[in-house]
Design a binder for this molecule. Structure first.
Ligand code: NAP
Length: 363
């Protein structure tokens, strides 16, 4: 038997839940009306169904969490059982639907997206995995894979397709990664003309391959004498921008999401050293031909190491285009505001609680 105040609260929430407002109803062309109900938050039902390809990656987990927290049902296609397990508790019971998929299998792709209002494509790889014992080249994932996802989505009447590319995507880049990203954008547009293409810059966060890699392998960030310019962006800002796309009118253009400041690798290495209380790295600056030779030799390993294309990318400045943050309703944060959260674990025990001091930013 419930106590009286508790009973009243239950009754009141039942009344609130039974109310309907006009904004609870969304009609999408060619689809059933979408009706949201319940309180806002984790246990709400927004009525929307979303598929996030690439949900098991760094950006994917933050996007799934943000979508699920709005009460959206999220289909999470996965390749490895263990990779999708952490996504399950991000939504209420039944809201996270995992489905096994292969990027080469159109039937499986169709199964994953045929109930969805929006499809996000976050699939990408920053190294090639095509040799005797591996499967995918850049073009297989960024071009053919992206086109296949967009085409199947278009064939099944999905209303919106959001394709995540890279800020530096360019058909004339010296990096094959950036060239295939640009070609992928074009192919997506050719089969899904209304697609939104999102171009984030290099992202930092807990699981990044950026600040963590700087803390572990400073030598590889000294290439080009640390002079390469980069516009780092917080992964949570990019995930928020992607989640916000759901609730604003469809953007049928390219949305650039660079960080708020342009910084050099040299400054960022200093920042990592200052935050982790480590002595400056005395590693030499490796000349490009030697770095490329080492990266080529590292290709023989069956686990991912520095690839030759990654060496090439360390010499390419981030493009100087304005950010489209206003269009997605997010204000991006500076790297200094979050770096300690992700780097404190690299401090020695004796330094763990020491103050957070920043190096001077170069003018
Ligand atoms: N990280 C950055 O700094 C950054 C910056 C700009 C743009 N981007 C782009 O943003 C997107 C997300 O980045 P991220 O850092 O989250 O990447 P990530 O951690 O490497 O995750 C990539 C995702 O793509 C999936 N994937 C890769 N190859 C696949 C294949 N052959 N078949 C099926 N799935 C495949 C992975 O699935 P598995 O878990 O099964 O491997 C994973 O879910 C990518 O397109 C990336 O290029 C990233």
């Amino acid at each position: 038997m419930l106590a009286k105040p508790q009973l009243l609260r239950v009754q009141r929430s039942a009344v609130i839940q039974s109310k309907r407002a006009l904004h609870d109803l969304v009609t999408l062309p060619g689809r059933k009306p979408v009706i949201s109900y319940g309180p806002p938050g984790y246990s709400a039902v927004s009525g929307h169904v979303v598929t996030v390809f690439g949900c098991t990656g760094f950006l994917g987990r933050y996007l799934v969490s943000k979508l699920a927290r709005m009460g959206t049902q999220v289909v999470v296609p996965y390749r490895d059982e263990d990779e999708k397990r952490l996504l399950k508790p991000m939504g209420d019971l039944g809201q996270i639907v995992s489905m096994e998929w292969d990027i080469r299998n159109e039937d499986q792709i169709a199964e994953c997206l045929r109930h969805s209002d929006i499809v996000y494509n976050l699939v990408g790889r920053d190294y090639e995995t095509n040799s005797d014992h591996r499967n995918f080249k850049f073009a297989d994932v960024h071009v053919a894979g992206a086109e296949r996802l967009a085409k199947v989505a278009a064939d099944h009447g999905v209303q919106r397709f959001v394709h995540v590319s890279h800020l530096n995507a360019s058909p004339t880049s010296t990096s094959q990664f950036y060239r295939t990203k640009a070609e992928g954008e074009e192919r997506v547009r050719s089969v899904f003309p209304n697609a939104t293409v999102v171009r984030p810059a290099t992202m930092f966060g807990y699981e990044d391959k950026f600040l963590n890699n700087m803390a572990n392998w400073p030598i590889w960030w000294k290439l080009n004498f640390g002079e390469t310019k980069i516009r780092p962006v917080h992964v949570i800002d990019v995930a928020q921008a992607l989640a916000n796309l759901m609730s604003i009118p469809q953007l049928t253009r390219t949305v650039s999401l660079p960080g708020p400041s342009t910084l050099t690798y040299e400054y960022l290495l200093e920042l990592v050293e200052a935050l982790t209380y480590r002595a400056p790295s005395r590693a030499p600056v490796v000349p490009k031909p030697i770095a490329l030779a080492v990266a080529r030799a590292a290709q023989l390993a069956w686990w991912p190491l520095m690839s030759p294309d990654e060496v090439e990318r360390r010499y390419i400045d981030d493009v100087n285009v304005p950010g489209d943050w206003e269009a997605v309703g997010v204000r991006p944060d500076e790297v200094e505001n979050h770096a300690i959260t992700y780097l404190r674990r690299y401090r020695l025990a004796k330094d763990y609680l020491r103050p957070v001091l920043f190096p001077a930013r170069p003018s």
